[in-house]
Design a protein around this ligand. Structure first.
Ligand code: GDP
Length: 353
């Protein structure tokens, strides 16, 4: 599953954002998960194509692709050395695919800033530095071992260490560096989305969000603005009311919806669909996934016994009016195990049990 870890200094709005997420989740039905941990929230990735398929097929059940958000609390200056809640909390972050870095861009005398003032650049540096220091510890431990046993690996580790010591994030790595970064789950090698949290008045930006945006663009990382307070309100509204409120704000979608979509595309994910009377479902896969591998997303038995995939493009499916009609019109293609699944394909897998 696609996992995003939300990081940021205390009092930047992580819990507020997170509560909004949990409330929105609790309101949405048809949830594929039964229990979720307290620091975990699940967001649906909205997809109009699924709605269109539901209108046509009228299934008993609908499942949208989802993104899992993990609240990584406890990051403060010195966390990598054990300050605050310390390193134990940093360990949660190592398993996520994307880091969502939330930055405080709202003023409020009543809400203390741990560093005493609103200063996005400094805040972002504190967080980045802690993450880098935490990676450096891991590199140094590994390097001590590699020096004795694996000279080649030690060389690669030295290169990574050099970058980290310069305060650089680990982007554009060579293949061998990438492998080690993955194995050691280095945080600095993960993709980042910068999110500026603003008050209700600044949804189109303010002097602080400009700073965040500039840093994000220097790092070629995506940037967006959210108002955690607005998200909380939106999460409690019914669809119609929510639509009106968003229109009033001049927004197309909620911040959380935008964030889910952004993380989805950042990881190069596309969606294929399965559609039948029991269920219409969207399945996230990496761009370039073969039919056989995609079958494995549904069940390992289907991958193992794969015979062929019956594939209809989304447009053909809708145009013809459903599976049966698409078959009659010759719009259903038979594809083998090496077929690369395309975004929007509606797939029926044939397999041996
Ligand atoms: P966390 O420590 O990062 O989890 O931050 P919280 O979500 O607990 O937020 C800290 C405080 O800031 C809470 O009292 C929030 O209600 C408040 N807060 C969050 N976002 C905003 C905002 O946009 N404007 C104002 N004025 N307060 C906010």
């Amino acid at each position: 599953a696609l996992e995003c870890g939300i990081v940021g200094l205390p009092n930047v709005g992580k819990s507020t954002t997170f509560n909004a997420l949990s409330k929105a989740t609790a309101k949405s039905s048809n949830f594929p998960f039964c229990t979720i941990e307290p620091n975990v929230g699940i967001a649906i990735v909205k997809d109009e194509r699924i709605d269109a398929l539901v209108d046509l097929v009228k299934p008993a059940n609908v499942v949208y692709p989802t993104v899992k958000f993990v609240d990584i609390a406890g990051l403060v200056k010195g966390a990598s050395k054990g300050e605050g809640l310390g390193n134990q909390f940093l360990s949660h972050i190592r398993d996520v695919n994307i880091i969502v870095h939330l930055v405080r861009c709202f003023e409020d005398e009543d809400i203390i800033h741990v560093e005493g003032s609103i200063d996005p650049k400094r805040d972002m540096e504190i967080i980045s530095t802690e993450l880098i220091l935490s990676d450096l510890q891991i590199i140094e431990n590994r390097l001590a071992k590699a020096k004795k046993t694996n000279k080649q690996e030690a060389g690669i580790l030295e290169e990574i260490k050099l970058k980290l010591e310069k305060g650089e994030r680990l982007v554009n790595l060579k293949a061998e560096e990438e492998n080690i970064a993955k194995e050691l789950k280095l945080i600095s090698a993960k993709k980042v989305i910068y999110v500026a949290n603003v008050d209700e008045k600044s949804i189109n930006g303010n002097k602080y969000t400009e700073i965040v945006e500039k840093i994000a663009s220097q790092e070629k990382a995506p940037f967006m603005i959210i108002s955690s307070k607005i998200e909380e309100d939106l999460a409690q509204m019914e669809d119609e009311e929510k639509k009106e409120y968003l229109e009033m704000l001049g927004l197309k979608e909620s911040g959380l919806e935008k964030l889910s979509k952004l993380s989805y595309t950042l990881l190069d994910l596309i969606t294929f669909f399965t559609a039948g009377p029991k269920e219409v479902r969207g399945w996230p896969i990496k761009k370039g996934t073969t039919a056989k591998k995609a079958a494995g997303e549904i069940h390992s038995d289907i991958e193992r016994g794969f015979i062929r995939a019956e594939v209809t493009s989304f447009d053909d499916y809708i145009k013809s009016g459903g599976e049966k009609q698409a078959k009659e019109m010759g719009l259903v293609r038979l594809e083998g195990k090496d077929y690369i699944i395309q975004d929007g394909d509606i797939v029926y897998f044939r397999f041996n049990v």
